[in-house]
Design a protein around this ligand. Structure first.
Ligand code: BG6
Length: 485
């Protein structure tokens, strides 16, 4: 989260030729190099099983990936021609890791790099344990400089597997070396939640149970599961979205003011929130699964008709639930979390509804015309926020309309950086603020693990709707949350 340039180091991508590397990591490195955010001498080593690749073919692959993200060939030529390297890891035998170590030392020697190394594990979850052990046993978990390891979600499948994964990581790496990525934390608008709360004291003084009636965090996706049935059907929305992304948003919104904005204090405050959440009651969770429906006039198939999904799958593609944070700031304020695939449109929005006036002063035909003030933080797309306040309708005696005071990023600022640019740069600088501590992972699983063990009823909803009607009571209001401003 600082603006200084990252010092020279070696960035090693395990899974260097895979989707994540091509789609996100290599473009992020390219952009950072072009913008001068990483030192000239930073080197990249792609590592994969494929023995057909070599430096030249990896450079071509990387340059295509960077070009596909919009970077110009002349901007990235310097990086791609000499600073990218490739090494195979074969079958991941001990000798392969030793060969990797030798290659790393060789690149460092040739480029006069101190032994500062990032290992980015862009590999399937199933391969994590062996890879961590392989690196550890080959002594690649330490160097004369620093060694950092980056791990992508999912961090486990439930509480037990998360504990095991934390154990394997701990066997070989110290927590200060570990960067667990939740890409939501790399989004500008998510980071802005911290600035919004602690840089604007007018809001912080309202941020409590005396002034706030309820909070809703909602991540709606228009997409279905695409080609990811193999992963998704074993996961479902609770594991895929709620346990990580939505819970991260919740902790940033609800945490106490940290003494400073730094990794240790922010992560400590987030863990405190998780520890204060009451067990989720059965009646306060609704699961749903999409059926065939229409989105933007196009008919899309139901979840069970997607390629690779069993015809009788009981996996949820929608979750709505209510949480209560039992601490002095939030006791009694419901936090609603909602997420679903195949919703009418993509929108990630937080709604904070303030308490209504104690007495209604404005009535029309006996009905109160004052609605509670609402703050909407739109995280994507059309990033911005709006504070809805009551305004007297000109010409009427006492009719009041809710009018948004709105701000849109696109009206003021240039394009937003991709989350991976921010996160990769923070890893290279050694700033763990936007990464997930193992305590957060475990506390979050403790919260949701009981829901995974209960028998669950999954309600159908038509694609192109906001989810099953049964979840209606677990929301502030669709109108407030989804209307455009
Ligand atoms: C991923 C989930 O972590 O986040 C996907 O696995 C989901 O299922 C994606 O679509 C949403 O991310 P974003 O950045 O598009 O909101």
């Amino acid at each position: 989260m600082t603006n200084k340039q990252a010092e020279p180091s070696l960035f090693i991508i395990l899974g260097g030729t895979g989707d994540l590397s091509r789609g996100k990591l290599l473009p992020a490195i390219g952009r950072l190099a072009v913008d001068g955010r990483i030192a000239e001498n930073c080197q990249v080593l792609g590592v994969a099983r494929d023995i057909r690749h070599d430096d030249a073919s990896f450079r071509r692959l990387a340059s295509d990936a960077m070009a596909a993200s919009g970077l110009q060939p002349d901007e990235i030529a310097g990086l791609c021609n000499s600073r990218l390297h490739y090494q195979t890891i074969g079958n991941g035998e001990a000798a392969d890791y030793l060969a990797l170590g030798a290659r790393i030392e060789n690149i460092e020697r040739q480029n006069s790099l101190p032994a500062r190394r990032t290992f980015y594990l862009a590999i399937p979850t199933a391969a994590l344990g062996d890879t961590l052990s392989g690196l550890g046993r080959a002594g690649l978990n330490h160097s004369g400089g620093w060694v950092r390891i980056v791990i992508e979600k999912p961090f486990g499948h439930d509480l037990q597997s998360a504990r095991e994964l934390v154990g394997v990581v701990r066997e070989h790496f110290d927590e200060h070396q570990v960067y667990r990525i939740d890409h939501y934390l790399g989004k500008e608008t998510v980071q802005n939640l911290i600035v919004f709360r602690f840089g604007n004291p007018i809001f912080e003084s309202l941020w409590n149970r005396d002034r706030i009636d309820s909070v809703q965090i909602s991540v709606s996706e228009e997409v279905g599961i695409g080609t990811r049935a193999g992963y998704y059907d074993r996961s479902g929305a609770l594991r895929d979205m709620v346990q990580n992304h939505l819970t991260q948003l919740l902790t940033l919104l609800a945490m106490e003011v940290p003494p400073v904005i730094g990794a240790e204090s922010v992560r400590y405050e987030k863990v405190k929130v998780l520890r204060s959440i009451a067990p989720i009651l059965r009646g306060e969770v609704v699961f749903g699964q999409y059926e065939e429906g229409k989105i933007r006039g196009q008919t899309v198939p139901g979840y069970r008709d997607e390629n690779g999904v069993p015809a009788d799958s009981g996996t949820e593609t929608f979750v709505a639930l209510k949480l209560e944070i039992m601490n002095w700031r939030w006791q009694g304020v419901p936090f609603y979390l909602r997420t679903g695939k195949r919703m009418p449109r993509r929108i990630t929005r937080i709604g904070v509804r303030f308490k209504n006036a104690p007495v209604c002063m404005f009535e029309v035909e006996g009905a109160c015309v004052v609605r509670p003030n609402t703050l909407l933080l739109t995280l994507q797309p059309d990033e911005g926020f709006s504070l809805h306040i009551g305004v007297k309708k000109p010409g009427s005696a006492s009719d009041v309309e809710q009018i948004p005071l709105a701000f849109r990023y696109s009206d003021i600022f240039d394009a937003m950086p991709d989350a991976y640019q921010t996160l990769v740069l923070d890893v290279l600088k050694g700033d763990q603020t936007l990464f997930v501590h193992s305590d957060e992972v475990l506390e979050s699983w403790k919260l949701y693990d009981p829901l995974l063990r209960q028998e669950k009823k999954v309600y159908p909803y038509a694609a192109g709707t906001w989810g099953p009607a049964e979840a209606g009571h677990l929301a502030i209001s669709e109108r407030v949350l989804f209307e455009t401003f």
